[in-house]
Design a protein around this ligand. Structure first.
Ligand code: ACM
Ligand code: ZN
Length: 529
């Protein structure tokens, strides 16, 4: 009996003691070629990650690798067991190749970002293993399909503090996502500190209470139910600079959004003269679309916007700056003397063109700073400004129209990308959501480049993105539950060629990733459809 027990223990020990990795992670590398020799490189304590001494980004890459693998770093080539290098011949800076052989592991990138993605692939390959980790001799390489691989987080409907924002960035990095579209302002709260306009942070960030549940369009205060919980918070410029730095270390560019001319009630609550009626306005306590937007005929509106965006550019180095543009009714503009006078002055015939007028002004202002605008697909309605990129959310048609006009497009249609929607059919198993139904399989099935575009037009689709709006997402844990594992599916949309994608196969690779989420303390939706 004793012998039997020790045999069993030995078997269990041996199983856990020699883990063999297979490099089959999410997103799946483009190529995994195992060496015919069947030999292994064994990762062991005391090994070193080598990097070129003259490159600060590579030093940081080496520190990440050392942290993930429990090793130390060195700039001495000879003593490195894992060597990080740039110089992989490829026009895509994010490409990487990992070679595992007799001499150890080399992770080569077409640039520093490529090295980072190679490290992430290796990290995910070994993450769940304990004991001796054996890496079969192999050649593994990755190459993302799209340059823009985004996720949007709305921090205005609910405020998410900086430690969570950093965790969110870590989650993006784990999935090879390289754009964090940060939605910073809304009717229900302004979250971006503007030094020249201090009331925005001090007052417009305060929502005294919030409508409860699905009283979405209830306007009668006697009927609507509200909580008694103030929702407050904004990011100081110092915090924002720190988040930008944190994201850049992980090769993530933050695309900040100040939504204009709609979704501006919070700003109007402190600067009512910028609205067509003059107010008064108060930070919205309910969800929906407001008729009150910025007055397009008041010269102070552009002054205000240039002050805000000027400070935004000082903090965020992104070339793309998001100007919003969605859900902005033109009702007030139709009857506002200032807006009508502006239309007459400019010879405009439709109110939608007033929105284009503002966009053109902002485009010129931002171009002076070397930036380019991107806006939601409503920006097409009055005619796109010259260099504007488009984020297509009301289906694929806006994106298609923009691509045909040779404007860059990020595809983020509600049907495949709105991860504020329910992810399971059975609503009892999930927290209250805005509605809809977006299961994991439907995110995975997304094809960002519509088949009826010509190959030339298709090149204007620069990427895809998931959006997490937070009307009903009330906490960091809740946000993680909505993000995961749907971000895993999005990462394969962003990285893989369509003919290489396979949902059944993806699901087999998802299980180890879920285990990694648990290890990292990430909440996720444990069932998926
Ligand atoms: C949006 O979902 N209003 C862009
Ligand atoms: Zn007006």
């Amino acid at each position: 009996m004793k012998k039997c027990l020790s045999l069993l223990l030995c078997a269990a020990f041996c199983l856990s003691a020699a883990a063999e990795v297979n490099y089959q992670v999410i997103p799946l590398p483009q190529q995994i070629s195992l060496d015919k020799s069947g030999q292994f490189f064994t990762l062991s304590e005391g090994m070193k990650v080598g990097y070129p001494a003259d490159n600060a980004q590579m030093k940081r890459n080496a520190e990440f690798a050392a942290e993930y693998f429990g090793l130390t770093t060195t700039t001495e080539k000879k003593s490195a067991d894992i060597t990080l290098a740039i110089g992989l011949k490829s026009s895509n800076p994010d490409d990487y190749a990992i070679s595992v052989g007799k001499k150890g592991i080399t992770i080569q990138g077409a640039s520093e970002s490529g090295v980072f993605y190679g490290i992430q692939t290796l990290r995910k390959s070994i993450m769940n293993e304990t004991g001796e980790i054996r890496l079969p001799y192999a050649w593994v390489c990755g190459s993302p399909r799209f340059g823009y691989r985004g996720t949007m987080l709305d921090c205005a409907r609910h405020f998410f503090p900086v430690p969570f924002i950093k965790k969110f960035i870590d989650i993006l990095a784990l999935h090879g996502i390289n754009r964090f579209h940060w939605h910073l302002t809304e009717d229900q709260g302004w979250r971006f500190e503007v030094k020249a306009l201090p009331e925005l942070a001090q007052k417009a960030s305060m929502r005294p209470r919030t409508v409860i549940g699905k009283n979405l369009y209830v306007n009668d205060p006697a009927v609507a139910l509200y909580d008694d919980t103030p929702e407050t918070g904004y990011y100081t410029q110092e915090e924002l600079r720190e988040v930008v730095r944190y994201a850049a270390e992980r090769y993530i560019t933050i695309v900040p959004e100040i939504d204009l001319p709609g979704h501006m009630i919070a700003a109007l609550s402190v600067y009512p003269e910028l609205g067509c009626t003059g107010g008064p306005y108060k930070v919205w306590e309910k969800w929906g679309i407001s008729d009150d937007v910025l007055c397009a005929g008041n010269p102070k509106t552009l002054e205000f916007l240039k002050t805000v965006y000027g400070e935004l550019c000082d903090i965020f180095p992104s070339t793309l700056i998001h100007i919003g543009g969605d859900e902005s009714p033109r009702t007030r503009w139709k009857t506002c003397p200032k807006c009508q006078a502006k239309m007459k002055e400019l010879g405009l015939t439709k109110e939608a063109e007033l929105q284009t007028y503002i966009n053109k002004e902002m485009e010129a202002f931002l171009a002076q700073r070397g930036r380019k605008i991107i806006g939601w697909d409503e920006t097409l309605e009055g005619g796109l400004s010259e260099n504007a990129a488009v984020m297509s959310w009301r289906g694929y048609n806006g994106g298609k129209a923009a691509a045909k006009l040779h404007h860059q497009v990020v595809m983020t249609p509600t049907d495949n990308c709105y991860i504020d929607y329910y992810q399971l059919k059975n609503h009892d198993k999930q927290p209250l959501a805005i509605g809809g139904y977006l299961p994991l399989s439907k995110v995975y099935a997304m094809e960002p480049v519509p088949a009826d575009l010509t190959p030339e037009e298709g090149k204007y689709i620069i990427g895809a993105q998931c959006n997490l709006w937070t009307e009903y997402v009330v906490s960091p844990d809740h946000a993680e539950f909505m993000l995961l594992p749907r971000l895993a599916a999005m990462s394969e949309v962003q990285w893989m060629q369509p003919d290489a994608k396979n949902y059944e196969q993806f699901l087999t690779r998802l299980e180890p990733l879920l285990k990694a989420y648990r290890k990292l303390g990430y909440k996720y939706c444990p069932t998926y459809e």
